[in-house]
Design a binder for this molecule. Structure first.
Ligand code: IPM
Ligand code: MG
Length: 362
């Protein structure tokens, strides 16, 4: 059996971190005969420069034909002044929307070796393991109408629309409840139902879906409180489910609990678990090309790909254990460095993970 993986390195540090994830997958592919096949494509600013669009037709057909997509990151200063319709971010949003990757899983796990790297106290974050389920193809990111218009008085006005239909809420709720069933069976739905009608409906529908999952304890929280609770007492959460924009924001917050955004992978799944896998961090143009970025979020995203799309949970776990082993050798990229550790670059971190896999397979 072959598994076709579309590889989209993108911009900034994207190509550097993707190279390390491919190193890890290529090793396992040979070692275990996984049948992985890789094909590269363009996305984001790199695609814009080459073709005039951030999500070119070749990439559309590549991702449609692939079983899974591994993506680096998109965006950079040089494209920031472009029209919003062709900005690199539009490539990523187009991909999510084209493939209907509505369910975005963003786990935040604290590796005990990195407790020092977190800006929070050890007792607040030790043992942290939460999962944010972010709706990814609807809400204010995609709602119409949107734009910048000119009012009669000549003043400009920007506007976006927050919109969710019942079916969109229902499918992400099912996704989240199913994930909660495999974990500690606690789901917190985050909304702003006290102000926004759209999320009043969100709360209603999630509650209704919850009746089908009596084994999962459902709670609701306003997003402002959730953002506070995430830094006050994050271990109260097991699974969080929320809208596209709230999930964008809360997942960045959650990442910092774990020490570095450079550690957090993600999966974006369609209804059949075809998925795109990417680190939650951005393209970090300020450090691009220097070989110092942390590749672990991308390597862990590759592990999620094996687990969620290819049903290779045991192999995914091998990667996760190897990352743990690598951290145990005290190598650290700059973002997770602390005194007494050995500072390494992107590729040495990738090599350390491969070495850990080799040692474990002996
Ligand atoms: C993320 C990113 C993207 C988002 C950007 C790059 C469009 O911040 O994946 O969280 O807002 O969804
Ligand atoms: Mg984000």
């Amino acid at each position: 059996m072959t598994h076709k993986i579309a590889v989209l390195p993108g911009d900034g540090i994207g190509p550097e971190i993707i190279a390390e994830a491919i190193k890890v997958l290529a090793y396992l592919n040979t070692d275990m005969d996984l049948g992985l096949e890789f094909e590269q494509g363009l996305i984001g600013g790199a695609a814009y420069d080459a073709t005039g669009t951030p999500f070119p037709a070749d990439t559309v057909s590549l991702v449609q034909q692939a079983d899974a997509i591994l993506l680096g990151a998109v965006g950079g200063y040089q494209w920031e002044s472009l029209d919003i319709a062709v900005r690199p971010e539009k490539g990523l949003l187009g991909l999510r929307s084209e493939l209907q990757l509505f369910s975005n899983l963003r786990p935040a796990i604290l590796y005990p070796q990195l407790a020092d790297a977190s800006s929070l106290k050890y007792e607040v974050v030790s043992g942290l393991d939460i999962m944010i389920v972010r709706e990814l193809t609807g809400g204010i990111y995609f709602g119409q109408p949107r734009g910048i218009r000119e009012l009669e008085n000549g003043e400009k006005q920007g506007y976006n629309t927050l919109v969710y239909s019942e079916s969109e809420i229902r499918r992400i709720a099912h996704s989240a409840f199913k994930i909660a069933q495999k974990r500690d069976r606690r789901l917190c739905s985050v909304d702003k139902a006290n102000v926004l009608e759209c999320t009043e409906l969100w709360r209603e529908v999630v509650t209704e879906v919850g009746k089908e999952y009596p084994d999962v304890e459902l709670s609701h929280m306003y997003v402002d409180n959730a953002s506070m609770q995430l830094v006050r007492a994050p271990k109260q959460f097991d699974v969080l489910v929320t809208t596209n924009m709230f999930g964008d924001i809360l997942s960045d917050t959650a990442s910092m609990l774990t020490g570095s955004i450079g550690m957090l992978p993600s999966a974006s799944l369609d209804i059949n678990a075809k998925g795109m896998y990417e680190p939650i961090h951005g393209s970090a143009p300020d450090i691009a090309g220097q070989g110092i970025a942390n590749p672990l979020a991308t390597i862990l995203s590759a592990a999620m790909m094996l687990r969620y799309t290819f049903n290779l949970g045991a192999t995914a776990e091998r990667i996760e254990l190897a990352v743990n082993d690598a951290l145990n050798t005290n190598v650290r990229t700059a973002d997770i460095y602390s005194a007494g550790m050995k500072k390494v670059g992107t590729s040495e971190m990738g090599d350390t993970v491969v070495k850990a896999l080799q040692i474990r397979s002996k």
